[in-house]
Design a protein around this ligand. Structure first.
Ligand SMILES: [Zn+2]
Length: 328
């Protein structure tokens, strides 16, 4: 199966956590967390449309400056999402700079910041380069509970976890995948065009087979025929990302709900189980707890990361503890 997006950890598991989700098509990428980003090239960062920040501890947010530096003069907006108080933090970051002379550049670089809480997006604001990033309040787009972003091809969901401070966990869920079979196009003597996007949309929303897809002003074709010859469907992939969370029932339930059935779960495994009391104090998971949650969520593959630096010489220990709990 060809991939729609490719997730990869930005750093080694002992360094700042973060996931880069690269799209196969459309020169686009997403980021989960904004810690150390120097492993990503400017070209990769320029593709980032959205950065989802779990919380503003430095190892999750210190990379904001680099992202801003690279994107400052680009045309595509940058959408940022974080927990309660996040918009203030973005505003403070922007206010740290001298912002005159930005109008010498052709693009009015736009940043939006959305604060996500239990009930959904509760605060949205925007900052425009040509206004020296002065903050403007916007009204949030209404979305179903737990939904952060809903596009044609995928959704992003989030839950709020307790890490002594609110910490967001995220899932990327591709909708039903609709691939185009070019031999089928040829056999029906159809060319590619914007109509294909409409046809894919119709399949995803379950439109009836006799609905007509308009190919050009003087040609339309029943959806059923396209499904038979041109469009192939497959289940989309699901990727979940969980960092910095205390191990207690409420958190665990929320993680399991979010990550259920994921193809890949990236989950922090900060401490070994012998140090579970330290993990509890710091509101982090142990490797065993991470593996157990992954198992209970029924994920196909799980990737433990965000290891405490104290275990640099004991990486195998952390990994085997996590793996054992997952396989138990
Ligand atoms: Zn933290």
């Amino acid at each position: 199966m060809t991939w729609f997006v490719q997730p990869s950890l930005i750093n080694d598991p002992f360094s700042d956590p973060g996931l880069f989700i690269d799209f196969r098509f459309g020169r686009r990428a997403l980021l989960f967390d904004l810690g150390e980003l120097s492993q990503l090239s400017p070209r990769q960062l320029l593709r980032v449309s959205h950065a989802f920040v779990s919380h503003a501890h430095m190892d999750h947010f210190a990379g904001f400056d680099r992202l801003l530096r690279v994107c400052l003069h680009r045309a595509m907006p940058l959408h940022l999402v974080g927990p309660t108080d996040f918009a203030d933090r973005v505003e403070h970051k922007l206010n740290a700079y001298t912002l005159n002379l930005l109008d010498e550049h052709p693009f009015d670089f736009l940043i939006t910041a959305t604060e996500f809480a239990e009930a959904g997006a509760e605060h949205v604001c925007e900052f425009r380069a040509l206004e020296a990033f002065r903050r403007r309040e916007l009204s949030p787009v209404p979305l179903p509970p737990g939904m952060l972003l809903d596009e044609d091809e995928f959704q992003i969901r989030s839950v709020v976890l307790d890490h002594g401070t609110p910490c967001l966990a995220f899932s990327f869920e591709e909708k039903l995948r609709v691939n185009v079979w070019s031999e089928g196009l040829k056999s029906l003597q159809l060319g590619v065009g914007p109509w294909l996007k409409e046809a894919k949309r119709a399949v995803r929303r379950g439109a009836p087979d006799d609905s007509e897809v308009v190919i050009s002003p003087d040609q339309s074709i029943p959806l059923g025929m396209l499904k038979q010859h041109v469009l192939r469907t497959a289940r989309g992939q699901k990727i979940a990302y969980v960092v910095d969370t205390a191990y207690h029932e409420e958190n665990v339930d929320r993680i399991i709900t979010l990550a259920r059935g994921a193809d890949q779960l990236f989950i922090e495994a900060a401490f070994i189980d012998a140090d579970a009391d330290v993990a509890a104090q710091r509101r982090h998971l142990t490797a065993r707890q991470a593996g157990d949650i992954a198992k209970r969520a029924g994920v196909a593959r799980f990737v433990p990361f965000h290891f405490s630096a104290r275990y640099r010489e004991q990486e195998d220990w952390l990994r085997s503890e996590a793996e054992e709990a997952f396989r138990a």
